[in-house]
Design a protein around this ligand. Structure first.
Ligand SMILES: [Fe+2]
Ligand SMILES: [Fe+2]
Length: 144
């Protein structure tokens, strides 16, 4: 992953990240919209806004993981692949709530430090886990 990918506008996911499930792709886009907003925070209201965005991001992530896991079942992902993917979602939710709580209590002087870290996780999760769903999603799309 190059640095350029993190600094570009992440409002719309680059084409290689599209999984060809409309809701899933728009949810991924929504996560990057939050991350983009997080990366642009500066000034006096940054910490307050950081909390707002982190709440929004946490909610969107929970909703997204629920949908993605239901989709995984629907397209026939089973066994270890399913379990490991769900475990990765749980780990991200745990991390994100830990970070959110830390930022609420003022533990992060600069909220701007959060954005690259969280973006990196989300991107690496999508690359390591979500992209593997694409062939199954496309197969299910063809059958419908
Ligand atoms: Fe995932
Ligand atoms: Fe995902």
């Amino acid at each position: 992953m190059t640095k350029a990918m993190f600094s570009q506008n992440l409002r719309f996911l680059p084409a290689p990240f599209a999984l060809n499930d409309h809701l899933l792709d728009s949810q991924h886009d929504g996560l990057f919209e939050c991350l983009n907003a997080l990366s642009k925070l500066s000034g006096d209201s940054a910490d307050y806004l950081c909390n707002e965005i982190m709440s929004d991001l946490t909610g969107k992530m929970a909703q997204h993981f629920d949908y993605e896991e239901a989709l995984m079942k629907k397209i026939g992902l089973k066994g270890e692949l399913f379990d490991e993917h769900v475990a990765a979602h749980t780990a991200i939710m745990d991390e994100i709530s830990h970070i959110h709580l830390t930022s609420i209590s003022g533990g992060y002087g600069a909220s701007s430090k959060l954005a690259p870290k969280v973006s990196a996780w989300v991107l690496s999760h999508i690359m390591k886990f979500d992209l593997g769903l694409k062939p199954l999603i496309e197969e299910a799309n063809r059958k419908n």
